[in-house]
Design a protein around this ligand. Sequence first.
Ligand SMILES: [Zn+2]
Length: 122
Amino acid sequence: MYNEKVIKEFTCPKNVGEIQDADGVGKVGNAKCGDIMKMYLKIEGGKITDAKFQTFGCAAAIATSSVATELIKGKTVEEALKLTNKDVVNMLDELPAQKIHCSVLAEEAIKAAIDNYRGKQK
Ligand SMILES: [Zn+2]
C-alpha cells in the first residue's frame, strides 16, 4: 500500500516530540481515520527555527507530519503558509488516494500553529 519513502518516514519519523516553550501550537484531527496531529513551532524573527509534532494516527499521518516539519524548518511564516498538502505528498513521491486526507492534516496543522502564533502577537 505504501511506498518505501512513506514507510521510512513512518518507521523513523523526524522531529517527533513536544516543544515546551513553543511560539505556536496547532492541533487538528480528521474523522476519516481518526488521526490527531499536534504541531509545535518555534518562531524567531518571523522564521521557523524549530518544528516538532505529536501524531496519533495512521502511517500516512505520521509520515506526512515528519515531512511537513522538515519542509517548514528554516522557512519564514509566510513561506510556510504557502505550503500545501501537495508539497508534502511530493516529498513522499506519492500516497494512496484514500490517504491523501492525511496529508491535508499536515497542511492544516501548520496553519493552525501559525494562527496560534499570530494570535499571541496581538
Ligand atoms: Zn490517516
